[in-house]
Write a protein that binds this ligand. Structure first.
Ligand code: SAH
Ligand code: SF4
Length: 353
C-alpha cells in the first residue's frame, strides 16, 4: 500500500520537486502550495486545479487537519481552549488568547512530553509522539478559522518540549512565517523550553529573530532538579551559558518563566540568587502562580509573595512582571484538559458553555 505524504509539511521547493517528477509545471506547484499553506483542507476545494490533477494529488498526498473535540470558552476573559483530535486519534491542546495587540495562539509541539517536570500535567503520561509541522500549523489555522480572526502571534508553550522535536519545529517555523502562507513573522513567535541545552545551541545557529523563553523556575540546582529532571542532565550554569550564546548570536532579549510555588521557590533567598545569576543577560522575568495539578502537592504562592518577589527583582535591576493569567476557569494551563478528558472517559462538560 502506498503511504500518502503529508503535503502540509512540505515547503514550496519540496512540492516543486515532486511536481517536476510528475511532469507538472512549476506554476502548478506554486498554486497548490498556496492553497495548502493558507489553510485549505481538501484537494477538491482547489478551484484553479484541474480535476484529473486533484485526483492524482489525492492519491499521493493527504492534508493533516485537527478536529475539535472540546472547546471551552472562559467566562472571565475571551480565552478559548481547544482539545483537538489528530488523524490517528491522539489528542492535543491549544489555547487562543486575546491581548490588546491581537490574538495569540499557544500551540502544542508533541503529544505528551518526556521531560517529566513535577508540576506539569503534560508530562505525566510520558511522550506519545512528536507532532508533524502540519499538525502545528493546523492548530494555528483552526483557531483563526473557528473564530474568524487573524492570528498575529504564536507561542510554542502548549504540550510538549519543542526542542525535543527540533526538526519538525524548525520546519513549522519556516512554513508559518512564509508570506505565501500564514505569514506570521518570526518576531511574533516565542518558543519556550525547559532547558534542552544542545537544542538552544542549534536554535542559535539558525539565528531566527524569535523570542526564546526559558522555563527556569528556580535559581538553585537542588530546587530546580527536584522540580525538573532536565536540570540533572543540564544544570543551571550550562543552561545560562547556552542562553548567553543564544543572545550573543541573535541579539534577542530572553524571557525567563518562573512558576511561583508556595514555600519552595518563592523565598527572598531565591529572589537574590535569581538576580545574581541573571545579571549581565538582557532579559525579562515572568512570574506566574503555579497552577496546581492533582498529582502533586504544590500550592500557588500568595499574591503578596509574588508582588514582593517581583519588586525585589526589579529593585535588583532585573526586569520582572507578574504574568496575567488568562482563562483561569478553564484549565488554560496546557495538559490539564487532555488529562481530565482521558480520566473521565471524555466528559468535561462541567466546564463547557
Ligand atoms: N516544554 C516547554 C513548553 C511547554 S510548557 C517548557 O517547559 O518550557 C509551557 C510553560 O508552562 C512552561 O513555562 C512550563 O514550565 C509552564 N507550566 C507547566 N505546568 C505548569 C503549572 N502547573 N503551573 C504553571 N506553569 C506551568
Ligand atoms: Fe514537558 Fe514543559 Fe511540561 Fe516540563 S513543563 S513536562 S518540559 S511540557
Amino acid at each position: 500500500m502506498l503511504i500518502k505524504k503529508d503535503i502540509r509539511s512540505l515547503n514550496l521547493a519540496e512540492i516543486s520537486e515532486d511536481f517536476k517528477n510528475m511532469g507538472e509545471p512549476g506554476f502548478r506547484a506554486k498554486q497548490v502550495y498556496k492553497w495548502v499553506a493558507s489553510g485549505c483542507e481538501s484537494f477538491s476545494d482547489m478551484s484553479n486545479i484541474s480535476k484529473p490533477l486533484r485526483e492524482k494529488l489525492e492519491e499521493i498526498y493527504f492534508i493533516p487537519t485537527v478536529k475539535i473535540v472540546k472547546k471551552l470558552t472562559s467566562k472571565l476573559d475571551e480565552t478559548v481552549k481547544y482539545l483537538y483530535e489528530l488523524h490517528d486519534g491522539e489528542r492535543i491542546e491549544s489555547v487562543l488568547m486575546k491581548y490588546n495587540h491581537g490574538y495569540t495562539v499557544c500551540i502544542s509541539t508533541q503529544v505528551g512530553c518526556r521531560m517529566g517536570c513535577s508540576f506539569c500535567a503534560s508530562g505525566l503520561g510520558g511522550l506519545y509522539r512528536n507532532l508533524l509541522p502540519s499538525e502545528m500549523l493546523a492548530q494555528v489555522m483552526m483557531a483563526g478559522k473557528d473564530n474568524n480572526i487573524r492570528v498575529s502571534n504564536i507561542v510554542l508553550m502548549g504540550m510538549g518540549e519543542p526542542l525535543d522535536n527540533f526538526d519538525n519545529v524548525k520546519k513549522f517555523l519556516e512554513l508559518v512565517s512564509d508570506s505565501e502562507g500564514l505569514g506570521i513573522g518570526y518576531r511574533h513567535i516565542s518558543l519556550s523550553t525547559s532547558g534542552v541545552v544542545p537544542g538552544i545551541y542549534k536554535l542559535a545557529e539558525l539565528n531566527l529573530p524569535i523570542t526564546l523563553s526559558i522555563s527556569l523556575h528556580a535559581p538553585f540546582d537542588n530546587i530546580r532538579s527536584d522540580m525538573m529532571k532536565v536540570n540533572k542532565r543540564w544544570n543551571i550554569e550550562e543552561l545560562l551559558k547556552a542562553c548567553k550564546d543564544y543572545q550573543s548570536v541573535t541579539g534577542r532579549r530572553i524571557s525567563f518563566e518562573y512558576a511561583m510555588i508556595k514555600g519552595k521557590n518563592d523565598t527572598d533567598a531565591c529572589a537574590n540568587q535569581l538576580a545574581k545569576i541573571l545579571r549581565g543577560i538582557l532579559c525579562h522575568v515572568n512570574l506566574i502562580p503555579v497552577n496546581p495539578v492533582k498529582e502533586n502537592t504544590y500550592e500557588k504562592s500568595e499574591r503578596k509573595a509574588l508582588e514582593q518577589f517581583a519588586s525585589k527583582l526589579n529593585g535588583l535591576g532585573i526586569n520582572t512582571t507578574v504574568r496575567r493569567t488568562l482563562g483561569g476557569d478553564i484549565d488554560a494551563s496546557c495538559g490539564q484538559l487532555r488529562r481530565k478528558f482521558e480520566e473521565k472517559g471524555g466528559d468535561t462538560n462541567e466546564h463547557l458553555q
